[in-house]
Design a protein around this ligand. Sequence first.
Ligand code: AMP
Ligand code: ZN
Ligand code: FE
Ligand code: FE
Length: 270
Amino acid sequence: MRIDLHLHSTASDGSLSPSALVWAARSGGLDVIALADHDTCTGVEEARRSLASHVHVIPAIELSTTLDGNEQHILGYFVDHQHDALSEYSDCAASRRLERLAGMIEKLRPYGVRLTLDEVVKMSEPGTRMLGRPHLARALAQRGYVQTVSEAFDRFIGDHGPAFLPTDLLTTSEGIALIHKAGGVPVWAHPRMSSIEKHLPHMIACGLNGLECYRPSATAAEVVQLETIARTHNLLTTGGSDWHGTWQGRLGDFFVGPDEVEGLLEIGGM
Ligand code: AMP
Ligand code: ZN
Ligand code: FE
Ligand code: FE
């Protein structure tokens, strides 16, 4: 069984629609996927109805949270994707993200960038609900202000870049609570080794249940370290590609096996 528990669709900043993503997962040989769009579950229903019925879709979300001034992403697995509290949050996140994008565009003006929010929205894939930095980066590249999306992040909108603005949506504690409220399992997405020591006790106290240990970029040594930390703190281990589009390679090239994510699957009754 091939499993990928971290995928994005056009509901946030991925390049494929939820149903196209499920088809791509199928042709990539995946059996189980979790659709974990940023701050929204709006793609889940479409993905679950997709005709590629051999692929099991786990409802999920990736919340943008803030802890001590840094962005920390919290995944929520097996959430009730139609839960009122999540829908309410998503509505608020969508409008906050638009304001934030407008703010970042404003911060780019001194660098000679002449883009409008409307233009960035129009350049994004149809159906996009959560606009974010990747949409802005692609618009900057398309207009020739940068050569590549990476350059946009490196020069302007990376976490410490001059035109960066935080999402400022939820604290990590609020994010973990929201996932529990929606019946989900909160997992720390792509935790950095340097932040684990600092933040893990707080997150566990807030109700964190797991650590994302398996990622394409993680070295074997990092994986062992993360697994050990998870075991020590009685946390679930999860893994996924965080795939947004073909520039990250072929969907299905990275996967985890059932043993690596057994605890989570069990909670979901799988
Ligand atoms: P946002 O939620 O708007 O802050 O955007 C976060 C997303 O931006 C991440 O999920 C990635 O998809 C993307 N991202 C973050 N850093 C980089 C980078 N250095 N290069 C390309 N994409 C990035
Ligand atoms: Zn993303
Ligand atoms: Fe993330
Ligand atoms: Fe992600």
